[in-house]
Design a protein around this ligand. Structure first.
Ligand code: C5P
Length: 228
């Protein structure tokens, strides 16, 4: 099977409090999204990289993406939610993808994706029926709050993982799952709701999601201090 990457980048990034969507914020002299796109485009196993942009995106055209090569394809078919954007991307590539091809969905907001993250995910899931996602074991002790913000319970953390991206599933399964899903915040939840069991592939904390301004500083530090 082939491997396609879909990068949903149609969000507004309102929690950053910045004047432009976070995928375009400057990070070490490039738009934030450029970092992950470059790793995906350079991954030898990935055939094409589709970026899902908002229909009224005005920033994409202002940057130079030619250095990323011929695998990169922008699609102006973003939706109201992340899941809608991914589904829009899946529909747009229907003519190109076979049912059993793999789709790796990666957040535009995770700029510190490393080549080994992609390689490990693809390698560990290669023979799998369903697919899975990068994740890291939870390090903190977790509390469930009641309505008055008192601790209602301590949630045992030994079996808890933080979901990251890429999340990698078969084209047809992912599309069917997202067509039938409502209000999911990642692809895995849609697959789970369809009764399937995605595998967790251990990544690491460097693959952080930029949500708040502090995350941008952390991302810059990680990219600057990464070896190789
Ligand atoms: O907001 P959040 O950080 O969860 O967004 C995760 C990813 O989904 C981001 O890359 C964002 O651009 C994308 N997204 C999208 N379409 C939306 C909302 C979010 O492509 N309507």
């Amino acid at each position: 099977p082939r491997h396609f990457a879909i990068v949903p980048a149609a969000g507004s990034g309102s929690r950053m409090g910045a004047s432009r969507p976070k995928q375009y914020l400057p990070l070490l002299g490039r738009p934030l999204i450029h970092h992950a796109l470059s790793v995906l485009c350079e991954a030898p196993d990935i055939d094409r990289v589709f970026v899902v942009l908002s229909i009224d995106d005005t920033e994409w055209a202002r940057h130079d993406w030619r250095g990323l090569g011929g695998k990169l394809v922008p699609l102006f078919c973003g939706g109201a939610t992340r899941a809608d954007s991914v589904l829009g991307g899946l529909r747009a590539i229907a003519g190109e993808a076979s049912p059993s091809d793999w789709v790796l969905v990666h957040d535009a907001a995770r700029p510190c994706l490393a080549p080994w993250h992609v390689d490990k995910l693809i390698r560990e899931l290669a023979g799998d029926e369903v697919g899975g996602l990068l994740a890291v074991p939870v390090a903190d002790t977790l509390k469930r709050a009641d309505a008055q913000r008192h601790v209602a319970a301590t949630v045992p953390r030994d079996s808890l993982w933080q979901a990251q991206t890429p999340q990698m599933f078969r084209y047809v399964m992912l599309r069917r799952a997202l067509e039938g899903a409502s209000a999911v915040t990642d692809e895995s939840s849609a697959i789970e709701a369809a009764g399937l069991r995605p595998r967790l592939v251990q990544g690491d904390a460097t693959n952080l999601k930029v949500t708040y301004p502090l995350d941008l500083h952390l991302a810059e530090w990680i990219l600057t201090n990464r070896e190789g």
